[in-house]
Design a protein around this ligand. Structure first.
Ligand SMILES: [Zn+2]
Length: 277
């Protein structure tokens, strides 16, 4: 959407040379934006970005799965060669690949994915990088201290921010064994958000949700899903198995989330991207 008014405003804000250099970048207007304050500010400024980063892994039958999950299958039904068109039947558990956890995933009567408000799907992105400590300790968690340190460096979280953990774990996604990282007793070891940090975010900050580059919002060794319950119980949503978080800034990008609109969905595979200014 490039309304003349938005284009006029944006052109006035940046030099003609910069504008030409932006080339194929898109200047988006009002249609994408919701009612909250942060988005109203975005609308005033115009939605300008220089590049898009894909934060989704490609989902295939070999993608790592949380124990008990339903493996993906794909069967070709018709081909262009034989039938003139190509079509497959695909089956998967809702929590496969890069995917959303809707409140209903853990909360009885919670909002299902297709009913989540659209203004939660285009929001400020905050990335909390704990890759250094996660490289030494696979049980590392995003703590309140990490969030306080983030705000000290980058400023208070904007209203409706979506907070992602970058633990460096996405690099293991092609190797299910390394991604689950289970010990001899079957306990998994991968990073997540601590229950206290998730509680802080839903009670002391206005967030739209949290995301991780691992299989679960709670760390792998958790015996209970406290972070899930904190976040989904507050009506927020989660994203798991997110990719490429090392390629986006800690602050300043806009998260864009798209998910098929299936009825009564507890979540589902999502296309997730970041628009980097
Ligand atoms: Zn999930």
């Amino acid at each position: 959407m490039c309304t003349p008014k938005v284009m006029e405003y944006v052109q006035a804000q940046i030099s003609r040379r910069d504008f030409m250099r932006m080339g194929g970048s898109v200047v988006a207007g009002t249609a994408l934006l919701g009612a909250n304050q942060a988005q109203a500010q975005t609308r005033q400024k115009g939605f300008v970005y220089r590049n898009l980063v894909d934060l989704s892994h490609v989902l295939n039958p070999g993608f790592p799965l949380f124990p008990g999950g339903e493996p993906m299958t794909s069967n070709t039904l018709v081909t262009v060669e034989k039938d003139g068109y190509y079509l497959s039947r695909v089956s998967y558990g809702e929590h496969s690949g890069t995917h959303m956890d809707a409140p209903a995933h853990f909360i009885k009567g919670g909002t299902t994915a297709e009913k989540l408000p659209l203004e939660n799907f285009i929001v400020p992105l905050a990335v909390c990088d704990i890759s250094e400590k996660a490289a030494k300790n696979p049980d590392a968690e995003v703590t309140i201290d990490d969030l306080v340190a983030w705000e000290k460096q980058y400023g208070r979280l904007l209203p409706n921010s979506f907070v992602m953990m970058n633990s460096g774990w996405a690099a293991r996604a092609s190797d299910p064994k390394a991604f689950l990282n289970a010990d001899a007793g079957g306990t998994m070891h991968f990073p997540g958000f601590s229950p206290a940090a998730s509680e802080f975010l839903v009670t002391s900050r206005q967030i739209s949700g949290i995301g991780v580059d691992t299989l679960s919002l709670d760390f792998g060794a958790a015996s209970a899903f406290k972070t899930h319950v904190n976040v989904l119980g507050a009506g927020k949503y989660g994203l798991e198995n997110v990719a490429n978080l090392g390629n986006v800034p800690a602050r300043g990008a806009t998260l864009i989330v798209g998910i098929p609109r299936f009825e009564n969905a507890s979540g589902g595979p999502a296309r997730v991207m970041a628009a980097v200014p």
